[in-house]
Design a protein around this ligand. Sequence first.
Ligand code: DQA
Length: 144
Amino acid sequence: MPTVYVLNGPNLNLLGQRQPEIYGSTTLADVERDCKALGAELGLEIAFHQSNHEGAIIDLIHEARLKAQAIVINPAAFTHTSVAILDALNTFDGPVIEVHISNVHKRESFRHHSYVSLRAEGVIAGFGIHGYLLALRHVAKLVG
Ligand code: DQA
């Protein structure tokens, strides 16, 4: 069964409590549960992780090189700042899908630029947590 790493960046551990008017009231544990349920339906093994630390996310991307066929990533604020995460993703051979819960283009201008988009096959933004599930459905077509 193909394995998909679903990676989440800083502050997403507070999903459900953090600015619910922007990010909604669902928790990251709910997102993990929904991703795993859909993964089972689609025949994908889901490895779900969150870290507030840039280096830890890079280590997970390196791990994905050996263990995963695709990456779905919400890099959170590192989207807009991290050349190092872009470089790590460029070492990964399979598809990469970038997900944002909010519509970053409707928000502050510093959120309009993404380093990760230079690597991503596609970007999903503004569909709330449903974006993760849309990304997995697309990934299933690519690696399933
Ligand atoms: C986010 C958007 C980012 O700009 C922000 O820093 C986040 C979450 C989103 O999912 O909408 O932390 O990636």
